[in-house]
Design a binder for this molecule. Sequence first.
Ligand code: PLP
Length: 459
Amino acid sequence: MTYQNYSLKQLQQIDAAHHLHPFTDHKELRVSGSRIITRANGPFIYDADGTEILDGMAGLWCVNVGYGRDELADAAYAQMKELPYYNSFFKCSTPTPVLLSKKLAELAPKGIAQVFYGSSGSEANDTALRLVRHYWALEGKPEKNRIISRKMGYHGSTVAGTSLGGMDLMHKQLGGAVPNIVHVMMPYAYELALPGESDHDFGLRAAKAVEDAILQAGADKVAAFIGEPVMGAGGVKIPPMSYWPEVQRICRKYDVLLMLDEVITGYGRTGEWFAAQTFGIEPDTITTAKALTSGYQPLSALLVGDRIAATLVEKGGEFYHGYTYSGHPVACAVALKNLEIMEREGLVDRVKNDTGPYFAQALQERIAGHDLVGEVRSIGLMGAIEIVKDKTTKERFLPAGSAAVTVRDHAIAQGMMLRATGDTMILSPPLIWTRDTIDMACERIARALDLAQADLRKK
Ligand SMILES: Cc1ncc(COP(=O)(O)O)c(C=O)c1O
């Protein structure tokens, strides 16, 4: 029986009765009912009432080639018919992860040529954490096992992902994090720059926090620093250009590995295949997932740099780690086709040279001036809008986060899917957006801001 035999109301009731959603207040959801998305095409999603919504979040930062790609469905179908599954344990492999590994080695920044697969970004970060600690143990330095991360960083929701991440509310529910992970300040100039401090200087100061943490622990105790090139779930916090090269310099100075979490930024979002290239750095690991398949299949790839790979291969013996679905043949077939589409349509170049700059300009010209907006910022096709009560003082509405939810609800009613994180509105659309789609999005967001303003100023 297909879902068409159920009314929207019935689906919502069944959902409430049996489905525990991620990151959700379940009691509240049982009152409001879930929005049930039934189909999607190009840049649009459609709910069970047939309402068309422009998807400003590419699902959850992942549907980079947009919806309705028959080629991806065909690739999955063909692979399922030929070989739906076989594992990559006990010296076996299947063709698609082999070919995908080659492709990823070609696309990856210099010095990265190996891949370890999983099914999600969280799993890939578990792999990354284990791998860097294992690396130092193999190098005879097992005590060099601390990881430095950032407050408000997001690295997934498994125990390791939550521990690596810097979200206080998640830590509170964890009941004991993975030990030896410390969190330093984030490079978020809008709230953390000092009066009169330039962007450049702020970036260096935020990087210095990494050096301070290394010195505090002792360099011989620190395995790695991990960060999202642009903090995503924490509110699209774009670091000054001075930040990453300085972090890299510091890591090299103290022989600390540099781990980038590109689960959001990987595969074109910032206008290069990887944000490592956008920021001009050469990390030791890159965590990727999401847009690797444009979300059409669950798949993650931890890209492993030559230094770690050489030690793992030469000195490692067996690495006791892996997943049933590591290198899943169907997911890898879809990833190969997805990357082929991105290359054929020049989507990454388009973000860099056309839609990315146009998006930045449109947000500045049409959104930044609004009374409710403290700042807009973007990089490639990833953007944020800070919602404030007072533009000059940056005062926020109370309770924290409520204003952004008001804007989001109006935006959805205007046919525009946005996400609210704290008091920041987030945009991360499919890379197929054109200038026209950006215009459409800005019109809808501006209307939502007007309507939210009327509500918020009334209170
Ligand atoms: C930067 C980053 N790392 C890791 C993850 C976790 O990925 P997943 O939800 O696939 O486990 C996410 C998810 O949003 C993410 O944004």
